[in-house]
Write a protein that binds this ligand. Sequence first.
Ligand code: SAJ
Length: 431
Amino acid sequence: MSFETISVVGLGYIGLPTAAMFASRKLKVIGVDVNQYAVDTINQGKIHIIEPDLDMLVHAAVTEGYLKAVTTPEPADAFLIAVPTPFKANRINKESIGGDVPEPDLKYIEAASKAIAPVLKKGDLVILESTSPVGATEQMAEWLAEARTDLTFPQSAGENADVNIAHCPERVLPGHVVRELVENDRVIGGISKRCSERSVELYKNFVAGDCVITNARTAEMAKLTENSYRDVQIAFANELSVICDKLDIDVWELISLANRHPRINILQPGPGVGGHCIAVDPWFIVSKTPEQAQLIHTARKVNDAKPEWVINKVKLAVANFLQANPTKTAVDVRISCFGLAFKPNIDDLRESPSLAIAQQIAKSHPSIVNFVEPNVAEISKNLSENAQLIQFEGAMHQTDIAVMLVDHAEFKNFKELPTEVVVVDTKGIWK
Ligand code: SAJ
């Protein structure tokens, strides 16, 4: 049976591009979100999130009548659930597992399952796309089965189930979502073989990459593994940067030398790991298997400790500056933080270690701190009471201590660093 109507539940960074992509293939798409503002914005053909090329896609999909947004689910042939999986407020805290471990909260998946259950019918396919701990898809299947005892589900009815269920994690890079949705391979984890096959049929509407079939638990773990692998690699680079600082070795030179080995590819150290995925997903493994996930847990701790280390470096730079300039006091020291986004060449300040560092510096410094972020036009007072956004051009003339936090293209291309400016460089571009 082919899919005529597709419902995407959760119209955020993954759900909305996915909904627009199906609609661009001239399938009828019903987007569902509890956020009335998001629904209204989308129905006007506009977007409420920042992602290149998505505005055009959504505008075309809505004006051509293939995409509409609603707050309450309507019947469809396939449901894709792309809701957040945040942490629970309370952490698991046991000495034996190395301290505090945040636990994923499946409340939005539960709410989405319960919201779509009344409109499910025989032949439907339900796909969980949200990054989830191992076992979440089976849990979702249970919630659906409890809500609809008149239908059969694959966990008990196997290949003959009325409703098919799979986990197909998203793996797209923010900033490149529209291209990567089409080009990336997809991991398809059905609860039964038929669930997987039907999911492949659905995704093949727009996915040019391979759709590789596995089971739901392996698909869940695959997504967590990808982001944990990157987190561990970055932790290695961050740990090297701290070791090299102690040993008076240039970590950037060291890494470029080591990377000349044919089987070595060390990532880049930085101010810490930000974003909504790499710093989050490893905890989904650690909280499930705290005794076993030693390396993954340690990597999280190494990366989470990096901002504090940078802040201490800035404090030391201020102390050294004052020692070298005995007529000045701390109020006279002009600090500028270069870059606030969570990674280069984007304007996304959410979950950014650079922003956290800049805020902390501004909080403790007795005079106004300059924030330099070429990708944003303004910063709200909520971000910091003691900071001002200044243009990059001319910023060095207002700076005694430059804290380099994000290697944006503008900063990388900058070659005229005044010799009197003291640099705390977390990205190795102004050495
Ligand atoms: N970072 C470093 N050093 C590096 C590379 C990155 O410090 O060498 C930092 C970045 O500055 C940033 C953080 O890591 O703060 C994460 O950035 P990222 O570019 O590694 O990843 P994200 O969070 O933008 O997207 C990741 C991607 N996962 C992988 O590359 C394994 C993406 O494919 C996933 O779809 C996405 O997470 C997600 O949604 O899970």
